[in-house]
Design a protein around this ligand. Structure first.
Ligand SMILES: Cc1cc2nc3c(=O)[nH]c(=O)nc-3n(C[C@H](O)[C@H](O)[C@H](O)COP(=O)(O)OP(=O)(O)OC[C@H]3O[C@@H](n4cnc5c(N)ncnc54)[C@H](O)[C@@H]3O)c2cc1C
Length: 387
């Protein structure tokens, strides 16, 4: 099977990369792997919440110049200030055009509510999710949180506790919901129990837009624990567009090996396609970080398990982990070494046609810097557009 671009990994980075190559008229295949981190997504995407030195970055576009001075290997430094600004705007437009209505912008972060009720900065949040300008102020003085009885992935009491600290009156209201409960019935329950200025529901209720129409006061979605209905919906939308543009997605398939000719990958083989090879002028590795299994920790160090690419890491094992588990973890910065065009490095040599996008890259810490989705989307778009 011959393509212009073969992408390995079907998470946010692989899928956005596929879209940008297809939009340039290239033939593209995605060997998508198993479920990606989108199934764990909060329903909000982060671009940049803090600089590598810990300084908060409430206005990501303004902070990017300073980030460049603080970290040479950060993916955003490699993208460059101009492309960072362009790609962030392009991502916002792309999601909008795909019908993924989002609130927020790269000009200024907003605050989202985590599943335990804390306020965290974010770049984009699905339309309907509770998003506020500041962490301490909610857009209501009283609210009722409605949730399906027995739904274990949602903790309304934790959220209520945090909101009460902010001076808001909160009531939690369980209701019975089965597979056949219609949205009209949920709306009726909310309307009949009208004891607060606003209502909130977990982000697992289908047809939320319809619910909003039927409820006679403001109603907001709140993030649940995984699996994330919103993340999975985004994945579905991105995949649908890729197919519509003529791309091939090999779902639940896994790249297992490649044939090299010097520094160039000639063919890639996958588990399901057996000895039928994928041929591509360019290959993109978007297999994620530790959680996506694009990076693996072994006794001797961190490895990239598919091609054994060079990894930026600390050779001293003791320096890899901070024993204070809630503190900054050095291993979070480890990742696949690339040149400034995101071409992977193997045995000290820059490869000819293997590019890396997404969570497996070196030089950033998504937990500390709040830049997980941003790095995946922006490097996906950036790499895809180079071809
Ligand atoms: C638990 C968790 C929750 C997160 N939530 C958020 C959030 O709410 N907001 C946010 O901004 N960021 C979040 N992040 C950060 C997250 O890493 C990024 O947002 C982003 O989704 C990562 O996308 P990716 O495509 O780079 O990697 P992944 O999503 O990890 O995708 C990699 C894909 O490659 C596949 N793969 C691996 N090996 C192979 C192979 N050999 N062949 C084929 N396929 C392969 C994997 O199965 C996976 O599907 C979260 C991270 C984690 C770990």
């Amino acid at each position: 099977m011959t393509y212009d671009v073969v992408i390995i990994g079907g998470g946010l980075a692989g899928l956005t990369c596929a879209l940008s190559t297809l939009q340039k008229g290239k033939r593209c295949a995605v060997i998508a792997g198993e479920s990606s981190m989108l199934s764990f997504s909060s329903g909000s995407l982060d671009l940049l919440n803090a600089l590598p030195d810990g300084t908060p970055a409430s206005e990501p576009l303004k902070a990017i110049d300073t980030l460049k001075q603080q970290s040479e290997t950060h993916p955003y430094t490699k993208i460059g200030v101009k492309s960072f600004i362009e790609k962030a705007a392009q991502a916002e437009m792309m999601l909008n055009e795909l019908g993924c209505k989002m609130q927020g912008s790269s000009l200024k972060n907003h605050y989202r509510t985590t599943p335990v009720g804390l306020a965290k900065p974010a770049w984009l949040s699905f339309d309907g999710m509770l998003a506020t300008e500041t962490p301490d102020k909610l857009p209501f003085n009283s609210v009722q949180i409605f949730y399906p009885m027995g739904f274990l992935d949602f903790y309304p009491r934790f959220i209520a506790e945090e909101w009460i600290k902010k001076g808001v009156q909160v009531e939690t209201v369980p209701f019975f919901m089965s597979k056949i409960t219609r949205i009209q019935r949920i709306a009726r329950i909310i309307n009949k129990n009208n004891n607060a200025e606003a209502a909130a529901v977990p982000a697992c209720i289908e047809q939320f837009d319809k619910l909003r129409e039927l409820v006679n006061r403001p109603v907001y979605m709140l993030a649940t624990m995984p699996p994330s209905a919103l993340g999975l919906n985004l994945e579905k939308i991105l995949r649908r567009k890729i197919i519509e543009l003529g791309g091939d997605i090999f779902t639940e398939d896994k790249a297992v090996k490649a044939e090299w000719e010097g520094n160039k990958i000639k063919t890639v083989y996958s588990q399901k396609m057996g000895n039928i090879p994928f041929r591509g002028e360019k290959i993109v590795l978007a297999t994620g970080g530790f959680a996506g299994r694009g990076l693996k920790a072994t006794r001797t160090g961190i490895v990239e398990p598919l091609f054994n690419l060079d990894i930026e890491q600390d050779d001293n094992r003791e320096n890899r982990v901070n024993t204070q588990v809630l503190q900054k973890q050095p291993y979070m910065y480890f990742g696949i070494k690339t040149d400034n065009s995101f071409r992977a490095v193997k045995n000290g040599n820059v490869t000819d046609n293997l590019y890396v996008a997404g969570a497996g890259l070196e030089g950033f810490n998504p937990a500390e810097e709040g830049c997980g989705a941003g790095v995946s989307v922006l490097t996906g778009l950036y790499v895809g557009e180079m071809f």
